[in-house]
Each structure stands twice: as C-alpha cells, then as structure tokens.
Design a protein around this ligand. Structure first.
Ligand code: AMP
Length: 283
C-alpha cells in the first residue's frame, strides 16, 4: 500500500489506474478510523479495483472554537488498518499541500447547507464541499463512499455532484453502531463513561419514532415530540434538533412516509452528537 502526501503523485497514480481500466474508489475520511469508516473501505474494495482512503483533518470545515486541534489523529494505526483491508493508497496531505496559502475559493450551496447542521455550524458544509470536490479532482474516482451516519452531508454532496456535473457515483453505506445503539464516531472519544451511557438516548429516540411510525403514526409533529420527549428525559443532554424530513431534500413533509428520515442532534456534556434513521427501514 502506498502512502501519498503530495497531490501530483496522487493524481498520477490514480490516472494510471484509470488508464489501465481499473475502477477507482475513494473513501474520504478525517482519520481516527473505526469500524464505521472501515465498513466504507470494505464496500469500496468490494466494488472497485483500486481504493484510495483519504485521511485529512480538514481545517475549513471547523469553525473557530470547534475541536480542530483536539480532533484525534492516529495516522499510523489508520494506515495499518487500510493496508490490512487491501487499500491501494492512503492519501494524507498536509493542510498546506491541500490548500496553499493563497486559497480563497469555496463551494457554496444554498438552502441545504443552511438548515439543521448548517444552522448550527454555518461554515461547516462549505468546507466539506470544497474539500470533497478537491479530492474528486485529485483522485478522479469512479465511485466515492460516504456514511449514512452523516445523512445531511451525503445529501449535500449528492446535490453538489448533480449541480456541478461531477462524474462520480456517490455510494452511501449504513450506519455502524455499538451494541447499545450508539453510532460509532471519532467524537465518541470525547465522552466520559457516564456520558457514553447517556448518549444512547439518541438512538433510543430514533427507535421510538420508528416504532410509532410502524404502528401507523404519520404526523411528523407527533413523531418529533416523541423523540424530544425521550431526549429530554436524559439528564445532561441538550437537544439541538429532532425532526422528520424528506429523505432526498430534507424538507418537512405534511405526512410522514417510508423513506423519510428522522434526524437528531444533541449535546451530551460538551460533545455534540448527531444520528438518524430512515423510517420504514429502521437503520
Ligand atoms: P469522518 O472521518 O468523520 O469525516 O467520516 C468519514 C466518513 O465515514 C463519512 O462519510 C462518515 O459518514 C462515515 N462514518 C462515520 N461514522 C460512521 C458510522 N458509524 N457508520 C458508517 N459510516 C460512518
């Protein structure tokens, strides 16, 4: 497995694979790889001939005061995990290599990046979209793999790819969870043991909405109230949002339908967590 730090080398390597007729897969990550990330890597290596995992803690998607500095960095272990899964190259550029000092161009998107996570983190998605588009240009993958765990992120990326005619297939993989239901996340490392236990209330709340939906409840307001009630019952948990939206464009439906998504965000102690499930699928 190659570890590549420079953009020209990455570009050349991937161009060679494409020229040889190999299907190229890309898994963008910020590292500190866990089973959630590795499930994307397995999906990519299963469907592609050459898989690139990018590991880049992207400064432009963190606002001042967020956790950019304390974000876990475990490059050596990440490389070993990728190697074991048959990854062809890890792309791990420095921030200088990725952006350069003169950079001043960003990818903007309107409504979708101003709601939910975008309301809480106003500059987050422009950082995400910019780095993802750059990675698409550098690697030129046939397919790119994202987790359903970050549901809105997958939606805004699909929107960008459609709007800007980017020739890449977006694949979205199921959320990997701990046995108690907590979605795996690098930010779970910030939780104290007691907070970790409390954090399962996010998945509990989503399951409650799913159960009500399965029992026939179709009023989005009633489903939202049930989620808030469950989250509100947990001490030390502050709800940011608990909503039902259309699964494709994140608008609010009049009536809940299968394929709509239940999305929650809450602060557990100091740590902000997000999770979701798709109604009618329970995952
Ligand atoms: P991150 O390193 O947090 O930027 O995540 C990189 C990719 O892994 C994103 O597409 C995430 O949605 C995905 N991911 C993170 N956690 C999980 C999880 N628990 N299950 C599935 N995918 C995940």
């Amino acid at each position: 497995m190659k570890v590549v730090e420079r953009k020209p080398e990455m570009r050349e390597l991937a161009a060679g694979w494409r020229a040889a007729g190999r299907r190229v897969g890309l898994v963008p990550t910020m590292g500190a790889l866990h089973e959630g990330h590795l499930s994307l890597v397995r999906a990519a290596t299963g469907e592609c001939d050459a898989t690139v995992v990018s590991i880049f803690v992207n400064p432009t998607q963190f606002a001042p005061g967020e956790d950019f500095e304390q974000y876990p960095r475990t490059l050596e272990a990440d490389e070993a995990a990728c190697d074991k899964l048959g990854v062809e190259a890890v792309f791990a550029p420095s921030a200088d290599e990725m952006y350069g000092a003169a950079a001043e161009t960003y990818v903007g998107q309107d409504r979708l990046t101003t709601i939910l996570e975008g309301a809480a983190r106003p500059t987050h998605f422009r950082g995400v979209l910019t780095v993802v588009l750059k990675l698409f240009h550098i690697v030129g993958p046939h397919a790119a793999y994202f987790g359903r765990k970050d549901y809105q992120q997958a939606v805004v990326i699909r929107r960008m790819v459609a709007d800007l005619d980017v020739p890449v297939e977006i694949r979205v993989c199921p959320t990997v969870r701990e046995p108690g239901g907590l979605a795996l996340s690098s930010r779970n490392n910030y939780l104290r043991p007691e907070e970790r236990r409390r954090a399962t209330c996010l998945f509990d709340a989503l399951c409650r909405a799913e159960r009500l939906f399965e029992e026939g409840e179709r009023d989005p307001g009633a489903l939202q109230r049930a989620m808030r009630e469950r989250l509100g019952a947990e001490t030390g948990v502050q709800v940011d949002y608990a909503v039902i939206t259309d699964g494709a464009d994140l608008t609010t439906p009049d009536t809940a339908r299968a394929g709509d998504v239940a999305l929650v965000a809450a602060r557990v102690g100091e740590t902000r967590l997000i999770d979701n499930i798709v109604l009618g699928e329970g995952k």
